[in-house]
Structures are given as structure tokens and as C-alpha cells.
Design a protein around this ligand. Structure first.
Ligand SMILES: [Zn+2]
Length: 479
């Protein structure tokens, strides 16, 4: 059977973290009462003129440099013309043939293999408003988002990615980079980071390209991964049937876990791009570029290498911990406090991440300070509490901000004393003679139950390893 391969590129839009909008002084923020952050410029009143937001340009230059791009000394703005109710001017100010950054790259690692994803361009434009379909059946437009600075990052053609795993890794690496440079908060669920993968299928080893589809409306890493996998399988199926893949834009339905046709893809000339007459070319001098380069924060690739080297983290752990600067800082402080980096990583990625997800909090909003997580792990390490007790402690710490020492004072240390645990074991066996007899006769699955009873009797404080050891010894003797 013919073997196929996917060729995957990606366009990513990021709303920039600026105080004000791209071409006016309206505040740039998420949500809010509809149409309260608008002015004649972002509402496109006749005669209103745009003024470029310098901070937004700096964000794009910084991001482009972090992505190893060349910076265009003379970039310019162009009008992209199309009609849609959420676009008050009837055109979007964007950049066409002279974007700010060109010809960069971002390295990603999947399964131990590093792939260089080349970047074609990084440009600056403005966001549209939001069309809202109301329960009454009416539609309304909220222009609070209209004119918010938007950066677009486009991968090179021909694209370098071949799998859904690589596409997800690229997006994760890019999002991390944007949070480290401070360009974006990276919140996909709020739409401040939006991603449109495009993909085509060809016979493996071929150097031609098939018709590509673009997938829209993806708001999570999972949706990106799933939709690409679905689309790869769908296109291969079309080819195997002997039909042709149509070039089109497709949406993703999370509910049905499938892509669906939205519209056939428009050609570039339909937008009738032309230079924006209300804005002069954007002159970017060497001095400006150098001052931004000098103030470049440490980037995730470097933080990742440092954490792997200094703390012996595995690749997947280092990726997770460097997802944003706050998570990396938390890890570093907690590890410093207890000297147990492997345990810190495992708690952060396990219980801590689960509680953060469930509560919708960012790590910097959590009530557990890094030193307190470190202290908790030190208590486990010193044998004063069991892993099970620590889980309970951590939930209390997360909910109430209690310290591990306060919880320890309340509960007392775990019981590791052999005589004390042996006495608990005796009590449980005396209370459950039938169960114990069944275990001695060979039904060892019931041991878990006996373990549980001992833990219960000790109010969770019996050391589990010691309890298990005593039970095994006792069983050995009585069998
Ligand atoms: Zn405005």
C-alpha cells in the first residue's frame, strides 16, 4: 500500500500585552462590558487617523529576534480589505510584503529528535471585534477587541513539520517563548493565542505538495493535536478512494471530534492588499534593535537546558516546568528550599497541576508558596510524614494557605515505631479474624483491605512501608 506523509505548517496569532490598542489610546484588556473600550479610531469614524503603538512594535521586534529572524529596516503597514461586521473599517491594517521579522526558526524536540521549524515571517496587525449571537436570535457586535495589537507568526513554506506531535510541540515551545519575552499571556482559552494549522498529504518521499486545508477555531493544545490527527486520516482516506483533497478552510468540533468544511479558501488577491496611506513606513534602526536585543530576557530554550543540567530533570519535565516564567521560578525556589528537585517536579506536575486546573488558578495565584512545598517534601524525606499524609496536607495548604508545620502540629508525626504499628496490626486482625483467615488461605488481595484498616485506625499516620513489612512478616509466620 502507498505510504503517505503529512506536511504541516502553522499560523499563530497572539494578542500583545500592551496597555493600549494598536492605533488608538483605548485600553487593551480581555472581556468587560461590551463596547466600553472604543473610540472614533477603533470604530472607524470618518476622518479618524491611526497612530502606531510603539510598545507593540517592540514586542514584535523582540519576538522576531527571539525566533532568530532578520528585522526589516523599513517595514510597512498595508490594508487587507474584506467585509465582515466585526471589522468596522472594512479593512484590517496588517503587513503584507514588508513585515517586521523574516527568515527565523524555532527548534522543537519530539521523542529525543530535534527538528528545526523555519519561520517565514512575524508581522503586526490589529484584531477584529467579536460577533455575538444572542439567545434572542439577534446578533450583536462587541468592538472592545477591535484594534487590539495582534502579532502573526507564520512558518516557512515548504513546511517542516510532519506529525501532530511536532505541531503540538511547536505550539508549546512558541507559547513558552511568547510568555518569556512578555509579548503574550499565552491564554488559548481566552483567545489571546490562536492557532491555525494547515496541512496536506503527499506520497512519502515525494517533493511535490498536495492541496492543503487550514483548520480554524482551535483553543487548546489537545484540540490542535486531535484535529491534525483527524485531518491527516481524513485526507489519506480521500486519496485512497482515488479522489482529490479540496483546498478549503475547515472548523473543528470539540463535541464531535471532527473537522468540517467552513469555506473554500480565498486567494490572496481577493484581499486587494495595498499600502496603508494613513501610516508612514516603519523605520527600524540598528540602535533600536540592539537596545531590544540587549534587554532580551533569558529564553525558555536556555532555561530548559540550565534546569536539565543543574537539577537533572528529564526532557518532558524540563519542557513542562519551562512552560512559562512563573512555573520555572516556582520550581527553582521550591527546589532551593528543600534540595529535592525530582520530587518538586513530580509534585508540580501531579497534585499541584491537578488542583490548579480544577480551580482555574495560575501558579502565581496559588496560596502555597514555593518554600512551603519544599518544606512539605522535606518532611516526607525525613520520614516525618508519609506520602499519603502529604497528599492530604497539600490539599489543605492549597485550599487554606496553612503551612506544613502547622498541619504537622495538628496531626502529629507519622507512626514509624515498629511496636506501635505492630499493635495496630494486632488490633485489626483481632477485629477481622475471617478476613485474616482468608488471607492466610491464599486470598492476598484482601491484604489491601487490612492495610486500609490499619491506616484508618492510625488516622492515616501509620507508615505504609513499615505496615506492609509487618503484615508480610506476620503472614509468613502464620501460613
Ligand atoms: Zn480606540
Amino acid at each position: 500500500m502507498t505510504e503517505y506523509e503529512a506536511v504541516i505548517g502553522m499560523e499563530v496569532h497572539a494578542e500583545l500585552l500592551t496597555e493600549s490598542k494598536m492605533f488608538c489610546g483605548c485600553r487593551n484588556a480581555f472581556g468587560g462590558e461590551p463596547n466600553t473600550r472604543c473610540c472614533p479610531v477603533c470604530l472607524a469614524m470618518p476622518g479618524a487617523l491611526p497612530v502606531v503603538n510603539r510598545k507593540a512594535v517592540e514586542h514584535v521586534i523582540r519576538t522576531a529576534l527571539a525566533l532568530n529572524c532578520s528585522i526589516n529596516a523599513s517595514a510597512k503597514f498595508d490594508r487587507k480589505n474584506y467585509f465582515y461586521p466585526d471589522l468596522p473599517k472594512g479593512y484590517q491594517i496588517s503587513q503584507y510584503d514588508r513585515p517586521i521579522g523574516v527568515n527565523g526558526w524555532l527548534d522543537i524536540e519530539v521523542g529525543g529528535k530535534t527538528t528545526r521549524v523555519r519561520i517565514r515571517r512575524v508581522h503586526l496587525e490589529e484584531d477584529t471585534g467579536k460577533l455575538m449571537h444572542l439567545p434572542s436570535g439577534d446578533s450583536a457586535v462587541d468592538y472592545n477587541r477591535a484594534g487590539v495589537p495582534l502579532m502573526e507568526i507564520v512558518t516557512e513554506f515548504p513546511p517542516d513539520m510532519r506529525s501532530a506531535d511536532e505541531a503540538r510541540a511547536y505550539l508549546i515551545a512558541l507559547r513558552a517563548l511568547l510568555t518569556y519575552t512578555g509579548a503574550s499571556d499565552g491564554r488559548m482559552e481566552e483567545g489571546s493565542l490562536r492557532c491555525e494549522p494547515n496541512l496536506s498529504i503527499r506520497v512519502k518521499g515525494s517533493d511535490t505538495f498536495g492541496a492543503k486545508t487550514e483548520i480554524k477555531n482551535l483553543n487548546s493544545f489537545r484540540a490542535v493535536h486531535r484535529s491534525i490527527e483527524y485531518e491527516i486520516a481524513r485526507q489519506i482516506e480521500v486519496l485512497r478512494r482515488g479522489e482529490a483533497v479540496r483546498q478549503e478552510t475547515r472548523g473543528w468540533s470539540d463535541a464531535r471530534q471532527e473537522t468540517f468544511v467552513q469555506r473554500s479558501k480565498e486567494d490572496e488577491q481577493e484581499y486587494r492588499y495595498f499600502p496603508e496611506p494613513d501610516l508612514p513606513p516603519l523605520m527600524i534602526g540598528e540602535e533600536w534593535i540592539e537596545s531590544i536585543r540587549r534587554q532580551m530576557p533569558e529564553l525558555p530554550s536556555s532555561v530548559r537546558e540550565r534546569l536539565r543540567r543543574d537539577y537533572g530533570l528529564r526532557a518532558a519535565e524540563a519542557d513542562w516546568i519551562t512552560q512559562n516564567p512563573a512555573t520555572a521560578a516556582y520550581f527553582t525556589e521550591a527546589s532551593r528550599a528543600c534540595g529535592l528537585p525530582a520530587q518538586v517536579a513530580s509534585w508540580m506536575m501531579g497534585d499541584f497541576a491537578r488542583l490548579l486546573n480544577a480551580s482555574g488558578l495560575a501558579i502565581e495565584q496559588a496560596r502555597v508558596a514555593p518554600e512551603q512545598l519544599g518544606r512539605l517534601l522535606s518532611l516526607i524525606d525525613a520520614g516525618r510524614i508519609s506520602g499519603k499524609m502529604a497528599k492530604g496536607f497539600f490539599e489543605r495548604m492549597f485550599e487554606t494557605g496553612a503551612t506544613p508545620d502547622a498541619l504537622l502540629a495538628e496531626h502529629g508525626d507519622q507512626v514509624t515505631d515498629e511496636a506501635a504499628i505492630a499493635s495496630l496490626v494486632d488490633q485489626v486482625i483481632a477485629a477481622e479474624p475471617d478476613v485474616w483467615a482468608a488471607i492466610c488461605a491464599g486470598d492476598e488481595r484482601k491484604l489491601t483491605y487490612v492495610m486500609g484498616q490499619v491506616m484508618k485506625l492510625s488516622r492515616g499516620k501509620a507508615n505504609p512501608q513499615e505496615t506492609r513489612r509487618l503484615l508480610d512478616g506476620r503472614l509468613e509466620k502464620e501460613r
